[in-house]
Ligand binder design. Sequence first.
Ligand SMILES: CC(C)(COP(=O)(O)OP(=O)(O)OC[C@H]1O[C@@H](n2cnc3c(N)ncnc32)[C@H](O)[C@@H]1OP(=O)(O)O)[C@@H](O)C(=O)NCCC(=O)NCCS
Length: 117
Amino acid sequence: MVVGIGIDMVKIEKMQQAIKKWGGPFIEKIFDPQELENISPGKMYFQRLSARFAAKEAVIKATAKKYPLALRDILILNRHNGAPYCKLKKDIGLDILLSITHIEDYAVATAVIQTKS
Ligand SMILES: CC(C)(COP(=O)(O)OP(=O)(O)OC[C@H]1O[C@@H](n2cnc3c(N)ncnc32)[C@H](O)[C@@H]1OP(=O)(O)O)[C@@H](O)C(=O)NCCC(=O)NCCS
Protein backbone atom coordinates (compact mmCIF):
# COMPACT_ATOMS: atom_id res chain seq x y z
CA MET A 1 0.00 0.00 0.00
CA VAL A 2 1.29 3.46 -0.89
CA VAL A 3 1.70 5.58 2.23
CA GLY A 4 3.55 8.62 0.90
CA ILE A 5 4.76 10.50 -2.16
CA GLY A 6 7.34 13.26 -2.55
CA ILE A 7 8.83 15.36 -5.34
CA ASP A 8 11.69 17.85 -5.51
CA MET A 9 13.41 19.97 -8.14
CA VAL A 10 16.92 21.41 -7.95
CA LYS A 11 18.46 24.10 -10.11
CA ILE A 12 21.81 22.71 -11.30
CA GLU A 13 23.44 26.16 -11.20
CA LYS A 14 22.64 26.53 -7.49
CA MET A 15 24.22 23.17 -6.67
CA GLN A 16 27.25 24.08 -8.78
CA GLN A 17 27.65 27.42 -6.97
CA ALA A 18 27.32 25.79 -3.54
CA ILE A 19 29.95 23.17 -4.38
CA LYS A 20 32.32 25.80 -5.77
CA LYS A 21 31.84 27.94 -2.64
CA TRP A 22 31.94 25.29 0.11
CA GLY A 23 33.63 22.41 -1.70
CA GLY A 24 34.29 19.00 -0.11
CA PRO A 25 32.71 19.67 3.31
CA PHE A 26 29.43 20.63 1.60
CA ILE A 27 29.43 17.45 -0.48
CA GLU A 28 30.33 15.31 2.54
CA LYS A 29 27.50 16.84 4.58
CA ILE A 30 24.99 15.59 2.02
CA PHE A 31 26.45 12.50 0.38
CA ASP A 32 27.85 9.19 1.60
CA PRO A 33 31.11 8.02 -0.07
CA GLN A 34 29.15 5.05 -1.48
CA GLU A 35 26.97 7.45 -3.46
CA LEU A 36 29.93 9.34 -4.85
CA GLU A 37 31.69 6.20 -6.11
CA ASN A 38 29.63 6.16 -9.30
CA ILE A 39 29.65 9.89 -9.98
CA SER A 40 32.78 10.94 -11.78
CA PRO A 41 33.60 14.59 -12.40
CA GLY A 42 32.63 15.31 -15.97
CA LYS A 43 29.79 16.59 -18.09
CA MET A 44 27.00 15.23 -15.89
CA TYR A 45 28.68 15.73 -12.50
CA PHE A 46 26.56 18.62 -11.18
CA GLN A 47 23.40 17.23 -12.80
CA ARG A 48 23.84 13.89 -11.10
CA LEU A 49 24.65 15.39 -7.70
CA SER A 50 21.64 17.71 -8.03
CA ALA A 51 19.43 14.75 -8.94
CA ARG A 52 20.58 12.85 -5.87
CA PHE A 53 19.94 15.86 -3.66
CA ALA A 54 16.46 16.18 -5.19
CA ALA A 55 15.89 12.46 -4.58
CA LYS A 56 16.83 12.78 -0.91
CA GLU A 57 14.48 15.74 -0.50
CA ALA A 58 11.72 13.79 -2.25
CA VAL A 59 12.22 10.88 0.15
CA ILE A 60 12.10 13.26 3.14
CA LYS A 61 8.84 14.71 1.81
CA ALA A 62 7.37 11.28 1.17
CA THR A 63 8.21 9.98 4.63
CA ALA A 64 7.22 13.35 6.11
CA LYS A 65 7.52 13.81 9.84
CA LYS A 66 6.44 10.27 10.61
CA TYR A 67 9.92 8.90 9.97
CA PRO A 68 12.39 11.76 10.43
CA LEU A 69 15.37 11.22 8.14
CA ALA A 70 18.48 13.32 7.60
CA LEU A 71 20.07 13.73 4.18
CA ARG A 72 22.95 11.42 5.12
CA ASP A 73 20.52 8.69 6.27
CA ILE A 74 19.36 8.39 2.66
CA LEU A 75 21.60 6.80 0.04
CA ILE A 76 20.75 7.18 -3.63
CA LEU A 77 22.43 4.44 -5.65
CA ASN A 78 22.09 2.86 -9.10
CA ARG A 79 21.35 -0.69 -10.14
CA HIS A 80 23.43 -2.34 -12.90
CA ASN A 81 20.84 -1.24 -15.48
CA GLY A 82 21.15 2.39 -14.37
CA ALA A 83 17.87 2.55 -12.46
CA PRO A 84 18.16 4.51 -9.22
CA TYR A 85 17.24 3.05 -5.85
CA CYS A 86 17.17 4.26 -2.31
CA LYS A 87 18.93 2.58 0.59
CA LEU A 88 18.32 3.87 4.10
CA LYS A 89 20.91 3.68 6.87
CA LYS A 90 18.09 2.91 9.31
CA ASP A 91 15.25 0.55 8.48
CA ILE A 92 11.86 2.26 8.68
CA GLY A 93 10.01 -0.85 7.53
CA LEU A 94 8.91 0.64 4.23
CA ASP A 95 9.92 0.26 0.57
CA ILE A 96 10.98 3.39 -1.32
CA LEU A 97 10.57 3.72 -5.08
CA LEU A 98 12.43 6.45 -6.92
CA SER A 99 12.54 8.11 -10.30
CA ILE A 100 15.11 10.69 -11.38
CA THR A 101 15.58 12.96 -14.38
CA HIS A 102 18.08 15.72 -15.14
CA ILE A 103 18.85 18.15 -17.92
CA GLU A 104 21.29 21.07 -18.18
CA ASP A 105 19.29 23.39 -15.92
CA TYR A 106 17.26 21.25 -13.55
CA ALA A 107 17.13 17.90 -11.80
CA VAL A 108 13.85 16.39 -10.62
CA ALA A 109 13.13 13.35 -8.49
CA THR A 110 10.02 11.65 -7.17
CA ALA A 111 9.76 9.13 -4.37
CA VAL A 112 6.92 6.79 -3.47
CA ILE A 113 6.81 5.07 -0.11
CA GLN A 114 4.93 1.83 0.29
CA THR A 115 4.48 -0.83 2.91
CA LYS A 116 6.78 -3.81 2.39
CA SER A 117 5.30 -6.42 0.07
C1 LIG B 1 16.70 4.98 -18.96
C2 LIG B 1 16.19 6.15 -19.79
C3 LIG B 1 14.67 6.21 -19.66
C4 LIG B 1 16.82 7.44 -19.22
O1 LIG B 1 16.21 8.56 -19.82
P1 LIG B 1 17.04 9.83 -20.30
O2 LIG B 1 16.10 10.79 -20.90
O3 LIG B 1 18.21 9.36 -21.09
O4 LIG B 1 17.67 10.47 -19.00
P2 LIG B 1 16.99 11.27 -17.78
O5 LIG B 1 17.83 12.45 -17.46
O6 LIG B 1 15.54 11.50 -17.96
O7 LIG B 1 17.16 10.24 -16.61
C5 LIG B 1 18.41 9.87 -16.18
C6 LIG B 1 18.17 9.03 -14.97
O8 LIG B 1 17.34 7.92 -15.32
C7 LIG B 1 17.56 6.92 -14.36
N1 LIG B 1 17.64 5.63 -15.03
C8 LIG B 1 18.65 5.15 -15.78
N2 LIG B 1 18.36 3.91 -16.21
C9 LIG B 1 17.13 3.60 -15.72
C10 LIG B 1 16.31 2.46 -15.79
N3 LIG B 1 16.66 1.37 -16.46
N4 LIG B 1 15.10 2.49 -15.16
C11 LIG B 1 14.73 3.58 -14.46
N5 LIG B 1 15.48 4.70 -14.35
C12 LIG B 1 16.67 4.71 -14.97
C13 LIG B 1 18.86 7.25 -13.63
O9 LIG B 1 18.56 7.65 -12.33
C14 LIG B 1 19.42 8.40 -14.45
O10 LIG B 1 20.11 9.37 -13.72
P3 LIG B 1 21.51 8.99 -13.03
O11 LIG B 1 22.33 8.29 -14.05
O12 LIG B 1 22.08 10.31 -12.60
O13 LIG B 1 21.16 8.10 -11.86
C15 LIG B 1 16.58 6.02 -21.27
O14 LIG B 1 17.97 6.00 -21.38
C16 LIG B 1 16.01 4.79 -21.96
O15 LIG B 1 16.51 3.68 -21.87
N6 LIG B 1 14.93 5.00 -22.68
C17 LIG B 1 14.26 3.91 -23.38
C18 LIG B 1 13.98 4.31 -24.80
C19 LIG B 1 15.20 4.20 -25.61
O16 LIG B 1 15.81 3.15 -25.69
N7 LIG B 1 15.57 5.32 -26.21
C20 LIG B 1 16.77 5.44 -27.00
C21 LIG B 1 16.58 5.00 -28.42
S1 LIG B 1 15.42 5.94 -29.28
